[in-house]
Design a protein around this ligand. Structure first.
Ligand SMILES: O=C(O)CCC(=O)C(=O)O
Length: 301
């Protein structure tokens, strides 16, 4: 343990932490640019049907910036999770600004409110793909997002845009939108600007062509934090429910402070890997220590 000065490297991670990200390292030249305003070039279908592999997901993220994994959840599980999210959303107000969405309800602090989404965060295919891109990662902003009828399209943005890290840089953020309704063009499926991660200087605006990430309930849309995207407009009479499970490279600060969302007395009972993703972990050699010790020691008190 720490004797004096800086703490010694801290062991006891269930995984090798700090492994280098691979997407930047293996990015190949790719002929198709991001679609510009007025472009009529056909867009590639980024859907990967089951069974698929981590490599296939990572290759699709590298090429297009996103991948759609339809029907990843057992339909009964998806219905049960949907029911729990609906219960939690009862009484939640709509957004405070156009980014949150004046007709959209958001469930923040998800892991402090329910255990229904623990398995989503730990889904082996998805988490392995996320880690292949980011290396060690943390949960950053897991949020239930219910886009209600009448919502306008959200402004296109990059999730990594909140971090003042100069380009070029490795991928900082990967987001996973889990769907609990069918996502359609009409009900506000997430809009994506394919391949926009390949042009650091790209700016997307109202005229930039987007695709709608359409998929059935129980699917996952995995997308890089460097891809331009936004929630779609909902022109239907029904709300569209998803959970955005956002991960960030473990050397950056998560958007929402998960260590406060999930205090030690709650974290103590969770799977070790989930504890680590919530911040009870070390980025080598010692980023994240508590009183000179591994943060998990707090759970053992
Ligand atoms: O709800 C969606 O489809 C995407 C929302 C989003 O990108 C955001 O709120 O940052």
């Amino acid at each position: 343990m720490v004797q004096s000065g800086r703490p010694a490297p801290l062991e006891r991670s269930s995984r090798r932490m700090g492994s280098p990200p691979v997407v930047g390292a293996r990015r190949r030249p790719y002929p198709d640019p991001m679609p510009e305003a007025g472009s009529t070039a056909p867009l590639r279908d980024a859907t990967l049907r089951s069974p698929t592999t981590v490599d296939a997901v990572v290759d699709m993220l590298d090429a297009e910036g996103y991948a759609i994994l339809p029907g990843l959840l057992d339909p009964h599980d998806a219905i049960a999770i949907r029911g729990e999210l609906a219960r939690l959303l009862d009484g939640v107000p709509t957004g405070r600004n156009s980014f949150e969405g004046f007709h959209t309800r958001r469930l923040y602090a998800l892991f402090g409110k329910t255990r229904a989404v623990d398995d989503l965060a730990l889904h082996p295919l998805v988490l392995d793909a996320v880690e292949a891109v980011l290396g060690s990662c943390l949960l950053s902003a897991p949020t239930g997002i219910e886009i209600g009828p009448g919502e306008q399209a959200q402004v296109l943005h990059r999730d990594e845009g909140i971090y003042p890290v100069a380009y070029p840089h490795p991928e900082l953020v990967v987001n996973v939108m889990w769907t609990f309704d069918e996502f359609t063009e009409a009900n506000g499926a997430t809009r994506i600007v394919p391949r926009s991660h390949r042009n650091a200087m790209a700016q997307a605006g109202r005229d930039t062509p987007t695709i709608a990430a359409t998929m059935p309930a129980g699917s996952a849309l995995v997308y890089l934090g460097s891809i331009w995207h936004g929630g779609g407009a909902n022109t239907t009479e029904q709300a569209r429910l998803g959970v955005a499970m956002e991960y960030v490279a473990a050397w950056l600060r998560p958007q929402e402070t998960q260590l406060l969302v999930v205090p030690p007395h709650v974290a103590r009972g969770l799977p070790v890997r989930l504890q680590e993703l919530l911040g009870y972990s070390i980025y080598p050699p010692f980023v994240g220590y508590v009183d000179g010790r591994h943060p998990r020691s707090v759970l053992e008190r």
